[in-house]
Write a protein that binds this ligand. Structure first.
Ligand code: EPU
Length: 420
């Protein structure tokens, strides 16, 4: 028995969609809270399964977690630093932020290795090097990573690659370290700035978030605070692509347009007509789309998380489009699924070519990861007939209430349990 999302394609979408709080900020903000000595309220928390898994982990750590709508109140005052070995660790990648925050607070952490989408190898060597540079010793025992430090002391750390996860994890470990930590060649994603803003409200002393170098002066104590999460630029981007593919006039609301500049410029290049008004982007469709070439890069370059849904749009554009994946060279699981729906795509080492336009036809397809799921939703909305998307749990990890948001725009979607 498995759950599928069934989508009847071909219905034009119109109306307004409200973007939720950013998943990739949320999953770092929640672990960051354990560093505080008092309660933290976070507003705009998306209702996604990654948040459910983090709630379980924080409760295992004896934090009080209370959710009310899109607000989460976390009180880590009675934290108990137990080993994190439950299945919740494997449910998401971001459980690894508890390495940085527990190390920062308790100088010790023992946990299983994190899970998350398979996008090819996803090492955490840069996180580990950062912890070691701060004075921690890292070992592996019984399927667990054990990170311990007698004392964390600020130092200079240069990241070989501007990794989102390593940047955040090292910040979490360094905010209570003794003295000054300078991290160079850090990632500049908006989610990192959001985490630094939360930590600053908690009393941390951080400068340079959003630039190549972050400087942290360690503080002894961090307190509770209130924080509102930034809007999810990847969910917003996904809806812009959906609107370009299947929309007549769609208003994507609660967006920070600057976070989406690389996508907006690509969509314009393809012929999509858009208008930005305040925190909304209005997509008025495209008469005839033309091909484009995309190279994924760290922010503010084109986001790897959006190349998969954009690939679907490329199937509708005239000419040969290409995607070069510089972050996860194996992130092409969606291409085979799209090909099963009629797309003409060639996959190479770290790249693909998309020949368009092609007619897509509904069939059973499988989300191989979260953003593949998004790519398949875009495809199903413009396919002839009914598509059945399996492995729905990937989609539910990162898109809040996606069915109802699409239904409100006029899509025909239902969920079903099927035997195989
Ligand atoms: N890398 C290393 N060593 C490390 C860390 C990273 O070699 O220690 C490599 C990775 O293998 C990868 C590249 O560096 O090739 C980028 O990894 P990064 O650390 O930047 O990514 P991440 O922190 O694991 C986050 C998001 C991903 C998003 C990437 C890139 C979270 C929880 N995940 O992952 O989001 O694709 O940054 O922007 O924030 C998604 O939302 O679907 C998703 C996968």
């Amino acid at each position: 028995m498995k759950e599928i999302i069934a989508i009847e394609g071909g219905h034009k979408l119109s109306g307004t969609v409200e973007i939720s709080g950013a998943k990739n900020a949320t999953v770092a903000l929640i672990p960051a809270v354990v560093l505080a000595d008092g309660p933290v309220n976070i507003y705009g928390v998306p209702n996604i399964s990654d948040v459910d898994a983090l709630k379980v982990l924080l409760e295992e750590l004896n934090c009080t977690v209370f959710r009310d709508g899109d607000t989460i109140k976390i009180d880590p005052s009675n934290l108990q630093n137990v080993p994190l070995v439950s299945p919740a660790v494997d449910k998401l990648r971001a459980s690894y932020y508890l390495m940085g925050s527990l190390l920062g607070k308790c100088k010790e952490v023992r946990m299983r290795m994190p899970g998350g989408c398979y996008l090819g190898p996803r090492p955490i060597d840069l996180h580990i090097k950062g912890f070691e540079a701060l004075g921690a010793k890292v070992s592996y025992e019984d399927d667990c990573i054990v990170i311990k430090a007698e004392k964390l002391v600020g130092t200079k750390i240069y990241l070989d690659f501007a990794s989102v996860g390593a940047t955040i994890n090292i910040i979490l470990a360094a905010v209570k370290a003794t003295g000054k930590t300078v991290i160079e060649n850090v990632a500049k994603e908006p989610e990192i700035i959001d985490v630094c803003n939360l930590l600053t409200k908690m009393g941390a002393n951080i400068r340079g978030a959003g630039t190549d170098t972050i400087t942290i002066e360690g503080v002894e104590k961090l307190q509770g605070c209130n924080h509102e999460i930034i809007p999810d630029r990847i969910e917003a981007g996904t809806f812009l692509i959906i609107a370009a593919a299947a929309g007549e006039r769609v208003v994507v609301q609660n967006v920070i347009p600057q976070h989406l500049e690389s996508l907006i410029s690509k969509l314009k290049e393809m012929g999509v007509v858009m208008e930005i008004i305040g925190d909304s982007i209005i997509v008025n469709g495209a008469s005839e789309m033309v091909s484009c070439d995309v190279r994924t890069q760290v922010y503010p370059g084109f986001a790897t998380d959006l190349q998969q849904p954009l690939t679907t749009l490329m199937t509708q554009a005239k000419g040969v489009s290409s995607v070069t994946e510089n972050i996860y060279p194996e992130r092409f699981g969606h291409c085979e699924q799209l090909a099963n729906m009629g797309a003409h795509i060639e996959v190479f080492d770290g790249a693909c070519k998309v020949y368009g336009p092609t007619k897509l036809t509904g069939t059973r397809v499988y989300a191989t990861d979260l953003r593949c799921g998004a790519a398949l939703i875009v495809a199903a909305l413009i396919s002839e007939g009914v598509s059945e998307i399996a492995n729905v749990y990937h989609i539910d990890r990162g898109y809040e209430n996606i069915d109802n948001k699409l239904i409100a725009l006029g899509a025909r979607i239902s969920r079903r349990i099927v035997e195989n």
